[in-house]
Design a protein around this ligand. Structure first.
Ligand code: 5AD
Ligand code: SF4
Length: 482
């Protein structure tokens, strides 16, 4: 496992910048090309965009030179993510000049929301700017551009969850799919741009979630990942913002649906359908969720539980809402209720004022938990976040890098240790496809989200097999079907 991979693996590094394609051409009409960056939510949103535009006659293509409409679904989480998008826009520019002068370029997602009209000034090439809550307006905006005007809609919504829109499944493996359950985030971690680009938190109607999962099962999918910035905070109370819950009557509050209840509803869709979820927040994860996970075999024993730092002083400054000790208690509870549950984290090195002692606390927390996996980043100051407004980004780049390297080194050792513990064990693996390294091998994942490679016989993609683990690296397990 190389360092780059670990550092930049936002969610699924392999899919970054992936071109999504729709197989059928409708209407013989116009073609759109869409590239997605950033978190799983962006990939899921691109499928919603494809659905909205297929409704007005657009098909998708993965040949940018033949596209009438080119979209890039953007990420603002770190400066590097935004730089990647800017470089892509330069590439689009030269394609437009040399090969496809008529192409219309649209920017979607978090960067569109952050920069708004400024995008049109900064990037002359861009014709359309659309924030994450305004995708239903795309047909109008495209019409506006056809009439010769530039178009912007970056209005954030109190209601929008795209609940009844059936995403057009793009670019995936036909076995695993994302299902969004909440939008926005109310947590206001001081380093994070997401509350500003994706707005306030709202939950999606549970019936529409269950229906989407039933449809996925009928279409041959065997795993869903329930998506939200903070899934444990899911709360359906008839629609609208989460913060409005407290204004409801006692009866209305009692009739609401929590994340644990939603998970149970989805788990009952079929024992053949695996359930995953991401992302969890330490202060919102209830024991109730852990008990539901224990009750249903098809809910995978894997929790992505970002920690960000092991120093109480830094956690407070980040507004994370828990201490190191409380985080460790959560981990203990997870292992008590779900003894074979894997846990991964997100960690940030070099947040404002972080000292060597704070960093040691982070390494100490890692030693106490021994995470199965980690996504690790250097702090990147984001414009207009509370941290940017209040404090200097005062940890030197070399120090951030050195601390990050130490965190990564430790995590690699821990990942290897955790993977070695699986040798000799047998896991139920859902086959996702042919291994990228060898056509003679298949790959899938254990419930604990570990990738397993094994010899191909006559097993089929989308089926479950029992695999005994024989060997491993820090990144992958190797096994045999038994
Ligand atoms: N700098 C570095 N990493 C960040 N993350 C969020 N904001 C920033 C930032 N400004 C990381 C956090 C979060 C993950 C999705 O991205 O670790 O959990
Ligand atoms: Fe950002 Fe914190 Fe919300 Fe995650 S929980 S999206 S880090 S504000």
């Amino acid at each position: 496992m190389d360092f780059e991979n670990l550092i930049e693996k936002e969610i699924d590094e392999k899919r970054q910048g992936e071109t999504l394609s729709l197989a059928t051409v409708k209407n013989g009409g116009k073609k759109m090309y869409i590239e997605s960056y950033g978190c799983q939510m962006n990939f899921s949103d691109s499928e919603i965009v494809a659905s909205i535009l297929s409704g007005v006659g657009f098909s998708t293509t993965n040949d940018i030179e033949k596209a009438d409409l080119v979209f890039v679904n953007t990420c603002s989480i770190r400066e590097k993510a935004e730089q990647t998008i800017k470089k892509r826009l330069q590439v689009y520019n030269s394609i437009k000049k040399k090969k496809n002068p008529a192409m219309v370029v649209g920017v979607l997602g978090c960067m569109a929301e952050r920069l708004k009209e400024k995008f049109l000034e900064q990037e002359k090439l861009v014709d359309i700017v659309v924030g994450p809550d305004a995708y239903r307006d795309l047909p109008n905006l495209i019409r506006q551009v056809d009439d010769g005007r530039k178009a912007v809609n970056v209005i954030l919504s109190k209601e929008e969850t795209y609940a009844e829109i059936s995403p057009v499944r793009l670019g995936g493996n036909g076995v695993t799919a994302f299902v969004s359950i909440t939008r926005g985030c109310d947590n206001m971690c001081t380093f994070c741009v997401v509350p500003f680009t994706r707005g306030r938190e709202r939950s999606r109607n549970p019936e529409s979630i269950v229906k989407e999962c039933q449809q996925l099962l009928a279409d041959g999918f065997r795993e869903v990942t329930l998506l939200g910035q903070n899934v444990d905070s899911y709360l359906w109370h008839g629609g609208g913002l989460k913060k409005e819950f407290k204004n409801l009557s006692k009866k209305e509050q009692e009739e609401s649906v929590s994340f644990a209840q939603l998970m149970e509803m989805v788990a009952k869709v079929s024992p053949e359908l695996r359930i995953r979820f991401s992302t969890s927040n330490p202060q919102d994860m209830t024991d109730g969720v852990l008990h539901i996970m224990a009750k249903y075999k098809n809910i995978c024993n894997y929790i992505h539980l970002p920690v960000q730092s092991g120093s109480n002083r830094i956690l407070k400054k980040m507004n994370r809402g828990y201490t190191k000790e409380e985080y460790l208690q959560r981990i203990e509870k997870i292992h008590e209720i779900l003894p074979d549950c894997a846990v991964s984290m997100d960690m940030i090195s070099g947040f404002c004022t972080e000292t060597e002692d704070d960093h040691k606390d982070t390494l100490d927390l890692m030693d106490k938990v021994t995470f199965d996996f980690g996504y690790m980043f250097k702090y990147s100051e984001r414009p207009n976040t509370p941290a940017q407004r209040k404090w200097k980004d005062d940890v030197k780049e070399e120090i951030k890098q050195k601390r990050l390297a130490e965190i990564i080194e430790k995590q690699m050792a821990h990942s290897l240790l955790r993977n070695k513990e699986t040798i000799g064990n047998t896991y139920e693996v859902l086959i996702e496809g042919i291994s990228k390294k060898s056509t003679e091998k298949l790959y899938g994942r254990t419930p604990q989200n570990k990738v397993v490679v094994f010899d191909k016989k006559n097993q089929k993609k989308g089926t479950y097999v029992k695999v005994q683990i024989q060997d491993c690296t820090a990144a992958t397990l190797k096994g045999k079907v038994i």
